[in-house]
Design a protein around this ligand. Structure first.
Ligand code: SF4
Ligand code: FES
Length: 398
């Protein structure tokens, strides 16, 4: 009979839990779940050896173990520190941790651009979430930041090194999932950068998984870049028969159009573990070459459990009203049936609402397209012309 596994008791943020020997504090905290689990920018449970680089997962150990209850004098990286029996850990209950995390975010943002409005990762970026939770409004950094030219590494992936936080996850993917790693971290210290060996392309069947593990927008899908914002897309679980991988993916659709294909993610933003216990990495054929809904068997809407902006458009369990239009059109796609300008008397081509100085009046649509009225505030303040401050919320023209 197999020897019974020894369980260790650990208390994290006043919640006690028993975990097998060899469990890290981070994984013990994930078992409790929610806010108690420290953020992790470099640790990735499916990548051996990951963790210990970013310091976002720091926690305070206020009692080392039952045998030696002295506190550990410095904060420790929870992804790299294993629990001991009787250990007491503070994460969100420790002011020191919150303060240190704020410092770590400030360091991470020293070189990371604040280009979320144009970054494809926005809405699903671990650093963006961390910045909102622990960042400060301003920076104290006065020196020149490091910047890099964008580089296409292979046909499907673009590297934007300026955004990289050097978490090493992508190099672990290349080491552990592909048979031929041609990229890595070159140079040291402030000069460190991810690059390929003498401009070699990253080109093998599983390289696309680097995009999924990158916690920021440094590695992006060239077939999806700038096509859409993730929160406008509807994630759907789908599968297909694939001879390279298990073929279970998330499709990111808008209507019938598949904008991108990714692996399925769990609540920690990592690829899901499949029924057979293996991580659900997907191949490049599924990810980049199957962009038609007809390539897939759709299972249903993805449940987004992460506290990301994508879950704001959460639509699972909503009842979609029956839409008879397709039947009406006998299977044909709806298309533009009429031009509103031909049909509506209000939308007249000669009327330019953005160009008239005040709000439109009935005359504007009855023979005098340049006629306009007065703003409410102009009347109240006795302005003879449109209010120069443009304070009238009823009129978008000022
Ligand atoms: S490119 Fe992304 S995954 Fe790779 S080290 Fe940089 S931040 Fe990490
Ligand atoms: S997640 Fe622990 S150091 Fe990065």
């Amino acid at each position: 009979m197999a020897e019974e596994q020894k369980l260790l008791k650990v208390t994290i943020d006043n919640i006690s839990i028993e975990v097998p020997q060899g469990t890290s504090i981070l994984n013990a905290a994930r078992k409790i779940g929610g806010e108690v689990a420290p953020p992790a920018m470099c640790y990735y449970s499916k990548l051996e050896g990951s963790g210990g680089k970013c310091r976002t997962c720091l926690v305070e150990v206020s009692a080392g173990s039952t045998a030696d209850p002295r506190p550990i004098p410095k904060l420790v990286a929870s992804c790299r520190t294993n629990v001991m029996d009787g250990m007491v850990v503070k994460n969100i209950t420790s002011e020191k941790v919150i303060d240190a995390r704020k410092g770590v975010v400030e360091f991470l943002l020293i070189n990371h651009p604040l280009d979320c409005p144009v970054c494809d990762q926005a809405g699903e970026c671990a650093l963006q979430d961390l910045g909102y939770e622990h960042g400060s409004e301003g920076t104290r950094y006065e020196f020149k930041r490091r910047t890099f030219i964008r580089e296409d590494i292979g046909p499907y992936i673009q590297l934007h090194m300026t955004r990289c936080i050097l978490c090493y996850r992508c190099t672990y993917v290349a080491d552990q999932l592909t048979n031929n790693r041609v990229h890595g971290i070159l140079d040291r210290g402030d000069h460190s950068e991810i690059s390929t060996y003498i401009s070699k392309a990253i080109d093998n069947d599983f390289s696309g998984n680097m995009i999924d593990v990158c916690p920021v927008g440094a590695l992006t899908d060239r077939t999806f870049r700038f096509k859409n914002r993730v929160w406008f897309l509807k994630p759907m679980d789908a599968h297909r028969d694939c001879d390279k991988c298990h073929g279970k993916v998330t499709l990111w659709n808008r209507g019938d159009e598949v904008f991108r294909v990714t692996s399925r993610k769990d609540e920690w933003g990592e690829v899901q573990t499949l029924e057979d216990g293996k991580p659900g990495w997907i191949c490049n054929t599924c990810r980049f070459e199957k962009k038609n809904t007809s390539d897939w068997v759709i299972e249903g809407p993805t449940r987004i459990s992460r506290h990301s902006v994508i879950s704001q458009g959460h639509y699972v369990d909503t009842v979609v009203p029956n839409d008879p239009l397709e039947k009406v059109l006998q299977g044909r796609k709806p298309k533009l049936l009429l031009d509103i300008h031909d049909e509506s008397e209000v939308n007249q081509l000669q009327v330019h609402l953005s160009e008239i100085p005040g709000p439109a009046v009935s005359n504007t649509f009855n023979g005098n397209p340049h006629a306009s009225g007065h703003n409410v505030t102009d009347v109240k303040e006795d302005y003879k012309a449109p209010n120069p401050m443009g304070t009238d919320s009823t009129n978008p023209n000022v």
